[in-house]
Every structure is written in structure tokens, then in C-alpha cells.
Ligand binder design. Structure first.
Ligand SMILES: *[C@@H]1O[C@H](CO)[C@@H](O)[C@H](O)[C@H]1NC(C)=O
Ligand SMILES: *[C@@H]1O[C@H](CO)[C@@H](O)[C@H](O)[C@H]1NC(C)=O
Ligand SMILES: *[C@@H]1O[C@H](CO)[C@@H](O)[C@H](O)[C@H]1NC(C)=O
Ligand SMILES: *[C@@H]1O[C@H](CO)[C@@H](O)[C@H](O)[C@H]1NC(C)=O
Length: 765
């Protein structure tokens, strides 16, 4: 691209109808005398509305209507400032607001690390947050009529309950804040080092993809130093526990595009979408909502905060509840509003057949790839890298068996081709099925039994579920074939389920549930998943976890940990953090982290949430309904009734609300009880992205291979190969043994069954 074609004047004109974000783009040659910015893309062209009224929501409605008529099929937009005025005009609806705070409580009580959020270790990078203190403060403000409008209290709730905990498993998106509009900035940014050695600078993506002689970078946004501006956004609302990881999410990378369908959260999406920080454009959301019903600020609330008007809770009656236990898979109503872009889920539906031409944009030609592109394998076809294989895992959320067999097939091909080194690329990996993380670890190190202790918070509704399910499961034995009690008895609330932290069986209700008191809160005892449970493996996925059942006696495809390296961009969260813990702590594999803030020094690789389980509120409501169908004990029924998510879920229709219900704790931290979420773990090596890496992910792998296996330098830290490299004889390599693939009988549980939901954990925006 030529030096920016716009003058400051045209830029001002361009942005005048839209305003507030402006970027000062400075060229290295002439330090900011050439200013400009990319134009908003065609599909988001703003048609200036003709104001016919002073009601901003009516102006918005008219803009919507004129655009859908003139440009059908194009997402209508308005100036962000006007959309914001509309939202601000909506009056507070106090009673429904207070009801929302009340009904949030039983769900937030499950947030497992709340004592540590309130009182974090001294090296935790963010200020403390007292979730229940904040709820109380917001309630007092509502009662004292302190808010100027509906938006203000919703922003307060969002910023303090969702933003400040920086936990990708804790999310609540209040309706007015998220339903009518999506905020977009017409800039896609990258953070790259000019030479791979100097600190990264911020650039506009187009410049990086078609570099010119004049290399320019963004120095200011809204009059603030660009990096500082972006760091503030991260501090306010990132879903990562690590600031460098949060910084990375704001920028474009091929992995973010492939794995998250995002061009960096600076442009739009992520938790940024709900901080109304004067972005340039607001896209209208519509779908099931009808802008024609908006005639003033009051009807704006009525249309977009519909949940507040439901007269009676459609809570299941006693009779309906009875029928729940007979349903193998109560349908979890997934709200499909607004229609997601091209989600991973949809790509998954597009077929599992291996497609010869299936290739991820910005990645080399794969040796193997799943139809949904979640798992792919590569060899680096360049001199000096003949020994390196690369396994890319964009998430752990895919068809289990297909994922497992693709990894296995790739390792077999790699060993056959004489590859002795493995890069596991976990960029953009936000988790998925927990046991998929276990299986992948055991395919690389079949002989190492993973160690992943975890615990739950002992809340009163958690205990009511345990007191209902545990007696019910006295005579239950897990089997491959479906039994009526599978759903309640494979939850954590059956004390016989799960293993204790030395992989033995719990001996009693109290042995598992305690409660144990630590750090001023109450928890269950530490526990581990039981990867041999046939309901959670053969019944769910029609296969075993490697290392168990019919998949014992695998051997290591790449030998020791010195031949494997983990590659991160900080996003790694949830199941990815579980997998990483096994790889790093149990096997001793080294890691490389890309990017980070423009500050010298090492950074973390696993920057996303390290909590080891998440529950959608809806799932908790279903569990409580199931429990109520099995008990008439008035004390238990009263407690279980509190887990009615109908109202709170209806007021977060944009994205299902979720809460982090399980803490992961390192085996060495069981005494202190500090969750891994609050422990900084620096990667062994830090590398900066360069422009060529943004264009082609293969360039990242070469740099990673160089640093991990060939003595290459890192921007911080370094990976020293063992002095005496264990020579793995070719004969041993050829001896890589794998069990024949299990037969796919197509008899798996459906993905919305409670058991499948129970095992699936992913980060949430
Ligand atoms: C550009 O700006 C930097 C710091 O703001 C300054 O050190 C440098 O001398 C400037 N270069 C030119 C050509 O003005
Ligand atoms: C903008 O739209 C016009 C007409 O639809 C098209 O020819 C042009 O390629 C588009 N430009 C971009 C940048 O999408
Ligand atoms: C785990 O269970 C086994 C068998 O019941 C028992 O021997 C062991 O002491 C238990 N470990 C812990 C830490 O409770
Ligand atoms: C695994 O290997 C051991 C020793 O080589 C052997 O005794 C055992 O039968 C094997 N088990 C399976 C399931 O193949």
C-alpha cells in the first residue's frame, strides 16, 4: 500500500459523521506529517440518517429502516455516537433491575475463585474485586435512584462483575448493553517487531499484508499513546488473566482469524464489544428483534430488554419436572441470536470428510487436516527443518473420535517420514472437551499419568444437588449402555464419581465434599477426572482415552520432552490450560510465547482462564430441575428453586451467561490452595511477531523451531537443549506403536446432552 492516501483533512471528513476514534499514523520517515487511515469497508458504509425527531432511538430506527430498504442484505450501521445516545436515553427500570441482581446471586455463588479475586496474591496483575460487594453496591445505587439510565447500571454491572475478574469462564451480557448494537472500529491492527529483535509496534493490517517502502506505524489513538490506549481496554475488560495475552487478542493474526473468526478485538468483538468507548460505527442487530416497535426510549427498552417483561416465570411445573428425568437429553435452548458469523460449530457441520483442498488461510499446505480445520498437521519443507513436524490445534472442540484419530494418524505419518521434533501450536486455542486434552497429552506421552487436581466451591445450591444426587446413585454403576441415572450420577455431585487426588476412590460423601475451609472460603476436597469411566468415554465418544481401556500400550512418537515444544499466543484457556499443565508440569515440555505488550522481558504463554470447568446458567437450571424431580425434601426443594435461571438468562440473550465452577490447583499448591488462575507461569522463550509471520504462519514455526531445537535466540528467555542429546535410534522410532483405530459406530451422545455439556469447557467472550 502507498503511504496513506488521505490527508488529515479527508480523514477528518471521513470520520466526522462517525467520530470519536481517530488514529494518528506516523511514518518512520516523516514522523506523523502524513496522517490518515483506512476507509471503513464497503459492507459497513454509513448512511447519514436524516433526523426527523429528537428521540435518538427513533433516529436510529429510521436509519435502520432506510438502509434495509436501500441496501438489502447489507448490515445496517449508524454512527456509534448516535447509537450510544439512543442507549443512554433509555430510562432505568428499577424493579426488574433489582430482581436481576437478586436472581444472579445463586449462580455467582458457584464462582470458585471468588475469595482469591477479593484477595489476590501480590503478583496478580489486576486490582482485587469483591463480586458480592459490587452486587450490593449496584443494588444500593439502584435503590437510591443514582443511575441516570438503564445503560448506566448495566455498564456498572458489566464492568465490575464481568470485566474486572478477567475470567473467561465468567460472563454475563446485560441486554440493553449487548442486544441492539455491535460496536466496530474501522481499523484492523497488528503488533509486530520491525526486525524480530526490537519491541513490537502497532501497525494497520493492510500495511503489513502489502508492505511498501515507507513503513508506518500507529502512534496515537484518541490522543493517547496507542499501546497505552489498547492496554487500558485490556485492563477494563479482557477475558484473559494475563495482560500480555489480552494485548495480543486486540490484534490480527492468522490464528485469531482461523480459530476465533476475529480480526483482533480492537476492530470489534470479544469483551470489547460491550465497552462503549466511543468506537466509530455501531452495527444494528436485528433478527428476532423489530426496530419498528421502537417509537421512543421506553419502547426501546420494551423491545430489546424483553426478558424484563415476562409476567410469570415459565419455570417447569411439578408435572413437567417429573418428565425431565425421562429425557435422556433435555434440550438446552441455545439462543441463536444474533446469528454468529461462521462459527467453529458450523464449520464442523460442513462435513468431516478430508478434503484434498482443505487449507487454512495464511497457513502452509497441511499433511492432514480435519474437515472443520480444528486439527491439522504440517511438515516444514525447508532446508534445516526437515526433522520438524507441527501439530496445530485451534481448539479442543470437535468430533472427539475424529480429533483423536487425526492426531494419531499425523503422528504415524510424521514418524514414518523421519520427523523427530514436534511443535504443538496452541495459538487461539480457547478449549473444548476436557478429556480431549487428556487424550492428546497421552498420545504424546502415553506412559505419563496426568496430574490435574481441582475443586469446587461449596455453595448451598451445590450442596443441595450433592445431597439429592448422592443417595440416588447408591446402586448405580457406570456402563457403556445408557441408563436413566447416567445424567445425575456422572456429575460431580455423586460422591462416588471422580477420583481423589491420588487417583483412588473417595470413600464417603464427606471424604469428597468436606467441606474444607481454606482462604476464608469453603470447598470440596481435591479431585481428578476418571478417564476410565465408560459413560464419559465409550458411551459419550465411542472411544477410550489413550492410556486407558483399549488404548493402552501406545509408545511415545517423539521420545522425550526435549523434542517437543508448545507454541502460544497467550490466548490458551480452559481445556488448553489443562492440556498445557500436563505437558509442562508432568512431562517437562518447554514453551514459546509470541507477542505481548511493548515491554522487555518474559511473558506467559497460557494467558486465558485456567479454571478447569465452566457451567452455563442454563445447565445449572437443568440440573436443579432434574434434582427436584427426585426429592420432596422441603429444605432441598427450597434451595434448588434458587437455581432458576429463566429470568437471568432471558436478560442476557446475546450470549448464554456462564460461571467458573471449578478451580485447577497445581499438585504442589494443594496446601496453599491458590488456584492456577492466580499463578504466573512464564514461558521459557518469548518471540516477537514480524510482518512475514503475520502473512504466513509457517514463518512463526521456523522461528519457534530455531529457538526450541536449534539454539536460536529468544527476545526474552531461551531454550537450552540438553548437553547430551539422547539419540533416538531410527529403529526405535519405527517402533512407534499405535493401537488400531476404534470402530466408529456412530452411537455417540448428542452434543447437547447433559453429559457432553458437562465435559465441554471453553472460554467465553
Ligand atoms: C521522530 O520522533 C522521535 C520520537 O518521537 C524522535 O526521536 C525522532 O527524532 C523523530 N524523527 C524525525 C525525523 O523527526
Ligand atoms: C465496494 O463495492 C463495489 C460495488 O459493490 C465493489 O466494486 C468494490 O470492489 C467494493 N470495494 C471493496 C473494498 O469491497
Ligand atoms: C485416595 O483414595 C485411596 C483409596 O481410597 C486412599 O488410599 C488414599 O489415601 C486417598 N488419597 C487421598 C489424598 O485422600
Ligand atoms: C501391554 O504390554 C505388556 C508388556 O509388553 C503386555 O504384558 C500386555 O499384555 C500389553 N497389553 C495390551 C492391552 O496389549
Amino acid at each position: 500500500m502507498k503511504p496513506f492516501p488521505f490527508t488529515a483533512v479527508t480523514l477528518a471528513v471521513l470520520l466526522s459523521s462517525v467520530v470519536p476514534v481517530s488514529a494518528v499514523v506516523s511514518s518512520r520517515r516523516n514522523n506523523g506529517t502524513k496522517c490518515g487511515g483506512p476507509k471503513p469497508s464497503n459492507s459497513t458504509t454509513t448512511v447519514p440518517p436524516t433526523p426527523t425527531t429528537t428521540e435518538p432511538c427513533v433516529v436510529a430506527r429510521d436509519a435502520f429502516n432506510s438502509q434495509v430498504t436501500v441496501f438489502p442484505g447489507v448490515v445496517p450501521t449508524i454512527a456509534a455516537s448516535l447509537a450510544y445516545e439512543c442507549l443512554k436515553s433509555v430510562p432505568v427500570h428499577k424493579e426488574p433491575a433489582i430482581r436481576l441482581l437478586d436472581e444472579l446471586e445463586p449462580f455467582l455463588e458457584w464462582q470458585s475463585d471468588q475469595a482469591f479475586l477479593k484477595n489476590p496474591p501480590s503478583d496478580y496483575p489486576y486490582p482485587p474485586v469483591d463480586i458480592f460487594g459490587e452486587l450490593e453496591r449496584i443494588r444500593s445505587n439502584l435503590e437510591a435512584d443514582k443511575y441516570s439510565g438503564e445503560l448506566e447500571w448495566q455498564e456498572d454491572l458489566y464492568k465490575n462483575i464481568v470485566g474486572k475478574p478477567h475470567n473467561g469462564h465468567l460472563a454475563y451480557h446485560p441486554d440493553l448493553l449487548t442486544v441492539p448494537f455491535e460496536w466496530v472500529r474501522p481499523f484492523t491492527l497488528v503488533s509486530v517487531s520491525e526486525d524480530g529483535i526490537s519491541l513490537p509496534v502497532i501497525k494497520v493490517l493492510e500495511d503489513t499484508l502489502s508492505p511498501s517502502e515507507t513503513s508506518s506505524h500507529v502512534v496515537e489513538i484518541n490522543g493517547v499513546d496507542a499501546a497505552t490506549f489498547i492496554e487500558r481496554r485490556v485492563t477494563d475488560s479482557s477475558n484473559t488473566q494475563d495482560p500480555d495475552a489480552g494485548y495480543n487478542t486486540m490484534f490480527f493474526s492468522q490464528a485469531n482469524k482461523a480459530g476465533l473468526q476475529a480480526s483482533g478485538y480492537f476492530e470489534g468483538g470479544g469483551r470489547e464489544r460491550t465497552t462503549v468507548e466511543k468506537p466509530n460505527i455501531a452495527k444494528f442487530h436485528y433478527g428476532p428483534y423489530d426496530w419498528n416497535n421502537v417509537v421512543d426510549a421506553e419502547t426501546m427498552h420494551k423491545e430489546f430488554c424483553r426478558g424484563a417483561y415476562a409476567t410469570n416465570s415459565p419455570r417447569a411445573t411439578a408435572r413437567d419436572v417429573k418428565s425431565i428425568r425421562h429425557t435422556a437429553a433435555p434440550t438446552i435452548s441455545v439462543r441463536s441470536y444474533p446469528p454468529p458469523p461462521i462459527s467453529l460449530a458450523r464449520r464442523q457441520d460442513e462435513g468431516e470428510d478430508e478434503d484434498e483442498s482443505n487449507k487454512i488461510d495464511g497457513y502452509p499446505e497441511p499433511i492432514i487436516i480435519t474437515g472443520d480445520q480444528i486439527v491439522s498437521g504440517y511438515f516444514i519443507d525447508e532446508p534445516g527443518f526437515e526433522d520438524v513436524a507441527v501439530l496445530v490445534i485451534l481448539s479442543f472442540s470437535s468430533d472427539f473420535l475424529y480429533f483423536q484419530s487425526t492426531v494419531q494418524e499425523f503422528f504415524a505419518k510424521a514418524v514414518e517420514a523421519g520427523k523427530t521434533k514436534l511443535i504443538v501450536d496452541l495459538q487461539a486455542n480457547g478449549g473444548g472437551t476436557i478429556l480431549q486434552g487428556y487424550d492428546t497429552f497421552r498420545q504424546i506421552f502415553p506412559d505419563i499419568v496426568q496430574d490435574g487436581p481441582s475443586r469446587w466451591r461449596s455453595s448451598s445450591t451445590f450442596n443441595a444437588l450433592s445431597q439429592t444426587f448422592s443417595p440416588l446413585c447408591a446402586n448405580y454403576t457406570p456402563k457403556v449402555d445408557y441408563q436413566e441415572l447416567d445424567n445425575p450420577c456422572t456429575t460431580v455431585n455423586n460422591w462416588r464419581n471422580d477420583l481423589n487426588d491420588t487417583n483412588g476412590r473417595f470413600t464417603s460423601y464427606v471424604d469428597k465434599f468436606g467441606p474444607l475451609t481454606a482462604s476464608g472460603d469453603s470447598y470440596t476436597n481435591y479431585m481428578e477426572w476418571d478417564p476410565a469411566n465408560p459413560v464419559l468415554t465409550r458411551q459419550a465418544f465411542d472411544t477410550d482415552i489413550t492410556g486407558y481401556g483399549g488404548r493402552k500400550n501406545f509408545t511415545r512418537p517423539f521420545g522425550g520432552p526435549e523434542n517437543v515444544v508448545l507454541l502460544y499466543d497467550g490466548y490458551c484457556a480452559s481445556t488448553c490450560s489443562i492440556f498445557s499443565q500436563f505437558m509442562r508440569h508432568d512431562a517437562g515440555v518447554k514453551s514459546i510465547a509470541m507477542g505481548g505488550r511493548p515491554l522487555e522481558g518474559p511473558i506467559q504463554g497460557v494467558g486465558g482462564v485456567k479454571g478447569s470447568q465452566v457451567y452455563p446458567f442454563r445447565q445449572m437450571g437443568v440440573l436443579a430441575d432434574t434434582a427436584r424431580s427426585y426429592t420432596e425434601n422441603p429444605a432441598l426443594v427450597k434451595e434448588l428453586q434458587r437455581l432458576d435461571d429463566t429470568y437471568v438468562t432471558s436478560r442476557s440473550p446475546f450470549q448464554p451467561p456462564v460461571v467458573n465452577v471449578r478451580d485447577a490447583v497445581f499438585p504442589g499448591e494443594l496446601e496453599s490452595g491458590i488456584p492456577t488462575q492466580f499463578i504466573t507461569e512464564l514461558a521459557d522463550c518469548r518471540l516477537y511477531w514480524t510482518e512475514s509471520m503475520i502473512q504466513n504462519t509457517g514463518e512463526i514455526w521456523k522461528a519457534a523451531a530455531q529457538a526450541a531445537f536449534k539454539g536460536g535466540k529468544c527476545a526474552a528467555g531461551g531454550i537450552v537443549q540438553p548437553l547430551k542429546r539422547p539419540q533416538i535410534p531410527a529403529s526405535k522410532l519405527r517402533g512407534y506403536r499405535r493401537h488400531p483405530l476404534p470402530v466408529h459406530r456412530g452411537k455417540m451422545l448428542s452434543s447437547d446432552s447433559p453429559i457432553m455439556q458437562y465435559m465441554s469447557i471453553q472460554v467465553s467472550d
